[in-house]
Design a protein around this ligand. Structure first.
Ligand code: ATP
Ligand code: MG
Length: 417
């Protein structure tokens, strides 16, 4: 089965947003063996959308549109679908009730035009939306299936995975070749070294295995095309286990798992706590750790020790260390890590300092130099890195280095029991 995906909104044409929903949809469809043959973006007009849907329907069995289902008159999708099929829009009573219920549970007055979202082209079905008011639309016209989902990613992703994909699986079955992908996220080992470890497993065959390097992490991506998903999953699992035999200790997660999630899991598993003292990263380490649901069980908090005032006054870094070694130094970073551990009583104190640039500010180190330190009972470790890129890149990579150091330490602690 061939599909086309149409993203609706001038923001994509103006270059203001990227079509991340379209990417997600293409990936999920591939898992079902549905091949996306074209992705387009169109502006928010009924004419443009109706024309795009009509064209796509001539080429592809499945047409998915994204966005333009909002309550305002400039949201064109419902109208465009109706025009394409040559039918009227009519209120779907069940969708209207769902909207009322959605607003009632949040104690909200119905916004202007909101019930317009319950109007569907005659003959279309509503796809329920638990995260917003706009239902999706599932519309069979002749041989074509047109499906429309709302644009906000927090509504789009759960509806795609939870509602539309299961529905397509039911209506179309697994047709054609099923494409399954698995990403193994690694950290703490450079791409060149991974290349040496698993060079002979890398392949452009089926399954294909490639390395994708980005700042502070290297992904190992395994992709396979098979006749059914059971065979595909088995092919992936076989390659994955060969890779894990060699470099398993460097893999912190799969697919959409993050390093910060893994750190929190390891902390919880060890019944341990951590706290951070951040200079160069300005709170990024705390921010990333607190992105993880349940992080309050393991992450106690942090201090953004950006100036000497805070380094001395709160983190208890000594005047003499600052004067002798400078704020960006192994000694001061270690002292910050010990300081935050003592203040909070955490098992692990993590600290960062560095020169994010563009100025060197009199330091003896080049721009991009960062120190990350981890303090645990009597033992304090420190690493020095040199990162390239903009201020933001350096900050990101320093936060990554800090989390990698913490993760590796926790992983080793768990293994030693
Ligand atoms: P709403 O009810 O919020 O108006 P909608 O279905 O009309 O929903 P849009 O107005 O098109 O959706 O988009 C709402 C938000 O979702 C915007 O911030 C937009 O940038 C984002 N969005 C829309 N389409 C996509 C997409 N294809 N990929 C990523 N984000 C998207
Ligand atoms: Mg809208």
């Amino acid at each position: 089965v061939r599909a086309e995906i149409i993203s609706i909104g001038s923001e994509f044409l103006l270059g203001d947003s990227s079509d991340t929903n379209g990417e997600l949809a293409a990936r999920e469809l591939a898992r079902l063996g549905i091949e996306t043959v074209r992705r387009t973006s169109v502006g928010d007009s009924v004419d443009l959308v109706a024309e795009a849907v009509a064209e796509a329907a001539r080429r592809a069995r499945l047409v998915i549109t994204i966005g333009g289902l909002g309550p305002t008159p400039d949201d064109p999708t419902r109208e465009a679908l109706a025009r394409w099929a040559g039918v009227e829009l009519e209120i779907d009573p069940e969708s209207k009730e769902r909207i009322e219920e959605f607003l009632r549970r949040r104690n909200r007055q119905p916004p202007e035009g909101v019930f317009g979202q319950a109007r569907l082209p005659r003959g279309a079905e509503a796809l329920p939306n638990d995260a917003g008011t706009a239902p999706g639309v599932y519309f069979k016209v002749g041989d074509t299936i047109a499906a429309s989902l709302p644009g906000p990613p927090g509504e789009f992703a759960p509806m795609l995975k939870g509602v539309l994909i299961p529905r397509l699986r039911r209506d179309l079955g697994e047709t054609g070749r099923v494409i399954v992908t698995r990403v193994l996220h690694t950290a703490g080992r450079p791409e060149m070294s991974l290349m040496e470890d698993i060079g002979d497993i890398l392949s452009d065959g089926n399954p294909s295995v490639v390395l994708l390097a980005s700042p502070g992490t290297v992904k190992i991506k395994i992709t396979t095309a098979q006749n059914d998903s059971v065979t595909a999953d088995r092919a992936i699992a076989e390659v994955e286990s060969r890779i894990r035999d060699r470099v398993g200790s460097h893999i912190f997660g799969i697919d959409d798992e993050t390093l910060e999630k893994r750190v929190i899991e390891e902390l919880i598993g060890l019944k341990a706590t951590a706290a951070s003292a951040e200079s160069v990263t300005g709170g990024l380490v705390s921010n990333r750790l607190t992105d993880v649901p349940g992080s309050s069980k393991a992450f106690l908090g942090g201090v953004c020790g950006y100036t000497e005032l805070v380094k001395k006054g709160i983190l208890k870094v000594s005047d003499s260390d600052l004067a002798e070694f400078g704020a960006v130094s192994e000694q001061v970073t270690q002292s910050m890590a010990r300081g935050i551990k003592e203040i909070t009583g955490a098992d692990y104190g993590i600290a960062t300092t560095g020169l994010a640039g563009p100025e060197r500010n009199g330091s003896k180190y080049p721009v991009g130099t960062c120190f990350v330190s981890l303090s645990r009972s009597e033992d304090t470790r420190c690493e020095r890195h040199l990162f390239a890129g903009s201020r933001r890149d350096v900050k990101w990579r320093a936060s990554q280095a800090a989390l990698v150091l913490l993760w590796q330490t926790l992983r080793d602690a768990r293994r030693q029991g």
